[in-house]
Design a protein. Structure first.
Length: 214
């Protein structure tokens, strides 16, 4: 079985066993933690779970979370930009919040807004998405490609804080959460994927910038 890291492709990974008998691996190079693919939900079950999320404008808690995210991100850009919400889900709430602030936004989601993305963007948001991604390296390369030079990628995903706490961590218990990043993982991305880390709240939000061409 190939247990190589799906982000950095390093072959040295350490298995993590949990009380619910799922097996995860921790990469010794980039510190990514990822679920053994044998435990991935079938596509239909995964989509059905996303459809059960109450991610709407009427959900005040969800909107407040996104507004808090945007308050950390928007100081880096101005209203003349165009944004992409990558992994928008069944209800494109973030798109609506951006457009309320005068920022036009497109959406992409493999289940709910599929299709080829034909533009490049000044800002890409990726909120509560990366933990669901099967092919981490390909996704990061795609996101980098979709950014204009000097553009910003803003992510939100709970960062793990090591192996000792992982088996009991509430965030891993969602069966669609399969990939987990740490601050060390962000550092690896900064050094290896041509993205400068310009903001990090050390909990769940980070902003990365694609360098301008020299």
């Amino acid at each position: 079985m190939n247990n190589s890291c799906p982000l950095c492709l390093h072959e040295k990974t350490v298995p993590i066993e949990t009380l619910d008998k799922k097996i995860y691996y921790n990469c010794s190079l980039c510190d990514l933690i990822f679920l053994d693919p044998a435990y991935f939900l079938p596509t239909g079950q995964e989509k059905n779970r996303y459809q059960q999320h109450n991610n709407t404008l009427e959900n005040k808690g969800y909107v407040e979370m996104l507004e808090g995210f945007l308050s950390k991100v928007l100081p880096y850009v101005d209203s003349s930009i165009r944004a992409l919400d990558f992994g928008s889900g069944p209800g494109p709430v973030l798109k609506m919040l951006l457009e309320r602030k005068g920022i036009p936004a497109d959406i992409y989601d493999p289940y709910f807004a599929p299709g080829k993305i034909k533009k490049k963007y000044h800002l890409i948001t990726c909120t509560e998405v990366l933990e669901h991604i099967h092919k981490a390296r390909a996704t990061w390369k795609k996101l980098t490609h979709l950014l204009l030079d000097g553009g910003y990628l803003a992510i939100m995903t709970q960062f793990h804080n090591g192996l000792a706490n992982f088996p009991d961590w509430w965030y891993r218990r969602d069966p669609t959460h399969i990939t987990f990043y740490s601050l060390k993982t962000l550092s690896w991305i900064h050094k290896n994927l041509s993205l400068n880390l310009v903001y990090n709240d050390k909990v769940k939000v980070a902003v990365l910038q694609k360098p301008l061409e020299q």
